[in-house]
Ligand binder design. Structure first.
Ligand SMILES: [Zn+2]
Length: 544
C-alpha cells in the first residue's frame, strides 16, 4: 500500500526506455530503498508522493538502465589518470605544459611517470631529452607513447639507468642517439625496459585510489556495473578494500586471470584464489576467470586458419586444443564463468570447440561464458554462439577503418577477402546470439556513446563518410543498448534484478542529454549522461 510507504524519489515527465521485454516506454518511476517500486505515467505515480519524497522533473529527457561495461581494466585506467596522462593531447604546447604542471603539482613523486604521449606532436616523433630537462630536471621522467612502443625520458632518467654513448642497443630495442653517440631521449621497444625497470611499482594505496578514480570516470559516462577483465590477487584486495570503506558504488564481477601456459595448474590456482577471497566480499562476484588463447592480429600474434598475407606463418594459440578443452571443462564443472580473449579466426573456432566439448562432458551449465574481441571469424562459426548459448562480448568502437589499427595493421595482413569478416558483429546478432559490450579501457575510451555510433555506422565517431564499412556487420541501436544493459546484467548473473527499469529492479539508471534512439547517427557520440543513479543513489550529476 503506497499511501503507507511513500517513495524516496519520483522521476516524472521523462521518456523512460524501460528495456523490458515489450520495450515499453513510460513517463515516470517511483524509487524506494534503491529499487524501482512503480513505473507508469507521471499522474499515476504522484500517488507515491509523501512528505519526504524528492521529485525530479526530467523535462522530457531520456532515461535508460545504467550501462554494464563487460570488458574493462579499471585499475590500469585509474593509474593512467593518476600519472601524467597525456592521452587527449595532440599539440606540443599543451603536452609540454601538462608535463610541467604535473611535475609542479606532484612534488612528492620521486619519478614522473606518464602515458598516452602523441609522439608525432613533439620533436617530429623523436624529441630531445633537453626539451624534457627544461620542464623537469630534478627528477627522472618516463613518458610512454600512445602505442606503447616508445618512451621519452629526460637526462636524469638516462643517468640513473647508466645509459650513455657506450651503452649498446639491447636485443629488440633501440636507443635513439645524438650525432656524438650519446642517448638523445627516446627509447624504443625493449630499450624502454632499461629505464622502466627502475621505476618503483605502484603501491597498494595507489591502486585503491586508481580504482576509485576509474569508478568516478565510469559513472560520468553512464557505467554502473563492470566486469574487470584481468584480475590478480592484489587487484582483488584493492576491490575488497574499497568495498570495506563503503566506497565501491557499482556492481562488479572480477574475471580472475588464468596463466594459461601453466595448464591445469592455473585452474587450481584460480580456484584457490576464489576460495580464499570470495567469502570476504559483500557483493563483488569473483566466480569468473579470464583466459587469453592468442594475441592480436595487428601484432601478427593472433591464431589464424591461414597465413598472414605475405608471411609464412599463421600465428599460434598459447596452448594446444586438447589441453584447452580440458581447462574449460574443468572451469565449467567448478562453476566458473569463462571469459575468453580470442582474436584470430582459429582461436575463436578452438574456443567454440572447447565450450562444445565442456557441454558434451556434463551438459549445459548456466555459467554464462563469453568470448571477447572476435577480431576475425570464419563464416561457419558465426551460428555457434547462439547454438552453444554463449555471449559475444563486443568492443564496437574498434570496428572502423578510420582506426589506423584496422586500415594499416589489420586489413593489409589479412587481405580483402578475409577482411569481410573482421568484427562480424551484425552477422552474430542476426543469429539471435546474446551480445554484451565493453570498452577495454584504458586501451580505448570508457565512453559507450562513441562505441554506439561506430557500431551502427562502421565509421569513426567524427568521420564525414556516411557509407558504412562492411555494412553486413552493422548493429541496430537497440541491439547495442541491449548489449550494454540486459546483456551485461545477464553476464554478471544479475538479469533478474537489474538491466531493465521495471518494478522490483535496481534503480541503476542514466538520464541522457539527448535521445539515443532518435538523434542523427553522426551525433550519437556526443550524448552525455546528466545524471547517473546506482541503486537509487546519485553517483554522478550535472544537474543542479
Ligand atoms: Zn582487455
Amino acid at each position: 500500500n503506497n499511501s503507507e510507504r511513500p517513495a524516496d524519489l519520483l522521476l516524472i515527465n521523462g521518456q523512460i526506455y524501460t528495456q523490458d521485454d515489450a520495450l515499453q516506454q513510460v513517463e515516470a518511476l517511483a524509487i524506494s530503498d534503491g529499487k524501482i517500486v512503480a513505473a507508469g505515467s507521471s499522474r499515476e505515480l504522484m500517488a507515491w508522493q509523501g512528505d519526504s519524497t524528492k521529485i525530479l522533473d526530467l523535462t522530457q529527457r531520456v532515461v535508460l538502465p545504467g550501462f554494464t561495461d563487460s570488458h574493462i581494466h579499471p585499475i590500469s585506467a585509474g593509474l593512467r589518470i593518476l600519472s601524467c596522462d597525456l592521452s587527449e593531447l595532440r599539440d606540443e604546447t599543451a603536452i609540454l605544459q601538462t608535463i610541467r604542471e604535473y611535475a609542479r603539482t606532484h612534488p612528492e613523486n620521486d619519478w614522473i611517470k606518464g602515458g598516452g604521449l602523441w609522439l608525432p606532436a613533439v620533436g617530429g616523433g623523436n624529441p630531445s631529452r633537453y626539451l624534457l630537462d627544461s620542464l623537469v630536471a630534478d627528477r627522472p621522467v618516463y613518458l610512454t607513447s600512445t602505442d606503447g612502443h616508445s618512451a621519452w625520458v629526460n637526462s636524469k632518467a638516462l643517468e640513473l639507468a647508466q645509459i650513455n654513448a657506450d651503452t649498446k642497443d639491447p636485443t629488440g630495442g633501440v636507443i635513439e642517439r645524438q650525432p656524438d653517440g650519446e642517448p638523445s631521449g627516446v627509447l624504443r621497444e625493449y630499450a624502454m625496459r632499461l629505464v622502466s625497470r627502475l621505476i618503483p611499482p605502484q603501491s597498494f594505496t595507489e591502486k585503491v585510489q586508481a580504482l576509485e578514480l576509474a569508478m568516478h570516470e565510469a559513472h560520468r559516462v553512464g557505467v554502473t556495473a563492470w566486469i574487470d577483465a584481468a584480475v590478480d590477487e592484489e587487484s582483488i584486495k584493492a576491490y575488497l578494500e574499497l568495498e570495506r570503506q563503503g566506497k565501491l558504488k557499482l556492481d562488479v564481477s572480477l574475471s580472475l586471470l588464468t596463466e594459461i601456459i601453466k595448464g591445469m595448474d592455473a585452474v587450481a590456482e584460480v580456484e584457490a584464489l576464489y576460495q580464499r577471497y570470495q567469502a570476504q566480499a559483500q557483493r563483488i562476484n569473483m566466480h569468473s576467470t579470464k583466459i587469453l588463447i592468442d594475441g592480436v592480429i595487428e601484432g601478427k600474434t593472433a591464431a589464424l586458419f591461414d597465413n598472414y598475407t605475405g608471411e609464412d606463418f599463421r600465428g599460434e594459440p598459447y596452448i594446444d586444443a586438447e589441453l584447452y578443452q580440458q581447462m574449460i571443462a574443468a572451469y565449467d564443472s567448478l562453476g566458473f564463468q569463462v571469459h575468453v580473449h580470442a582474436c584470430g579466426d582459429r582461436a575463436v573456432s578452438m574456443t567454440l570447440d572447447a565450450f562444445e566439448y565442456a557441454q558434451a562432458q556434463h551438459g549445459k551449465s548456466d555459467h554464462r561464458h563469453h568470448i571477447v574481441h572476435l577480431q576475425l571469424m570464419k563464416e561457419k562459426d558465426i551460428p555457434r554462439f547462439a547454438e552453444l548459448d554463449l555471449t559475444a562480448n563486443l568492443q564496437t568502437l574498434w570496428a572502423t577503418p578510420e582506426d589506423t589499427y584496422i586500415s594499416e595493421l589489420t586489413i593489409p595482413v589479412l587481405g580483402p577477402q578475409r577482411s569481410e569478416w573482421i568484427y562480424p558483429f551484425g552477422a552474430i546478432a542476426r543469429t539471435g546470439a546474446r551480445i554484451a559490450c565493453g570498452s577495454d579501457w584504458p586501451v580505448t575510451s570508457v565512453n559507450p556513446f562513441p562505441a554506439l555510433q561506430v557500431a551502427v555506422s562502421r565509421r569513426g565517431p567524427d568521420s564525414l563518410k556516411r557509407t558504412p564499412w562492411t555494412p553486413q556487420h552493422l548493429l541496430s541501436r537497440q541491439a547495442v543498448v541491449s548489449g550494454y544493459t540486459i546483456g551485461g546484467a545477464y553476464l554478471m548473473n544479475q538479469d533478474t534484478h537489474r538491466g531493465r527499469l521495471c518494478p522490483g529492479m535496481d534503480a541503476s539508471l542514466i538520464v541522457l542529454d539527448q535521445d539515443v534512439f532518435h538523434l542523427p547517427t553522426n551525433h550519437l557520440y556526443q550524448i552525455k549522461p546528466v545524471l547517473t543513479l546506482w541503486r537509487g543513489e546519485p553517483v554522478f550529476s550535472a544537474i543542479d
